[in-house]
Write a protein that binds this ligand. Sequence first.
Ligand code: NAD
Length: 291
Amino acid sequence: MKIGFIGLGNMGGPMARNLLAAGHDVTGFDLNRSDIDGLQWAESAREAASDQDVVITMLPNGAILRSVAADIIPVMRQGSALLDCSTVDVDSAKAVAADCQAAGLLALDAPVSGGIGGAEAGTLTFMVGGSDDAFALAKPLFDIMGQKAVHCGESGAGQGAKICNNMILGITMIGTCEAFALAEKLGLDAGKVFDVVSTSSGYSWTTNAYCPVPGVGPVSPADRDYQPGFAAELMLKDLRLAQQAAESANADTPLGQAATNLYETFVEREDGKGRDFSAMLPRFAGRNRQS
Ligand code: NAD
């Protein structure tokens, strides 16, 4: 396929590399030029988007996606697809899809989980919103960049599924860190607590696969002084998107709100920025009970 790729950062760069390695013809653009073997560099987003079968965007947020989409939609070929893999708010995803449809283009919102490691290894999970036709067109590309693509529903459904998943993740990580910090203050051995929790009803991905205690459970960011991994500020971004969606859907999400507040404090007023989101554990361990 002829593919335009806009946003070649930590995630987009390796995703584009995997498409090139699979034999696709990729033209890329980013505000910061980088060298990617085999990629044809365009001088603008418009140039990268012209005359392609699919244009992929992997950008920081919804405002940037909206402005890039407004720029490129007029030059995209009729019947081609805009495949946005960024994590953005549901409203921006729906607005961009509506603009695509009005211009005779297909559109998919397809945010990912799996992080930079997954992007490099081609093992991302895509959560996809959009029409059946658009999903069928993009499926071979999902198969190259990822190991699973779930078609969640109409436009916006991919972003919705992603932020619901990550709201669970943020809340669960906080619960896991609270419990291990409490266990330590009760004088318990963290390895024994892991043995119990990981095989009991408190088990979760955050304990079993990503335990926030150094030296306990499988290797995780806790074992390299909480270098990300999944940075606390990215968790905060996703929790804020979940709260924005809850607001517009009039949904009651008290723990989602509490998790957002905690990560906001951690990232913006404490030392959380640049650390893995599991660094909530030393944060709780270093604090006393609040009245
Ligand atoms: P990044 O900052 O490394 O990459 C974003 C790129 O977009 C940058 O290279 C930037 O120069 C470029 N860009 C910004 N504005 C642009 C414009 N107007 N035109 C062209 N290029 C522009 O971020 P990332 O880690 O690659 O994340 C990209 C998206 O993936 C985000 O939405 C993020 O939330 C999501 N995501 C990231 C991870 C992760 O672990 N890093 C995991 C899942 C999802």
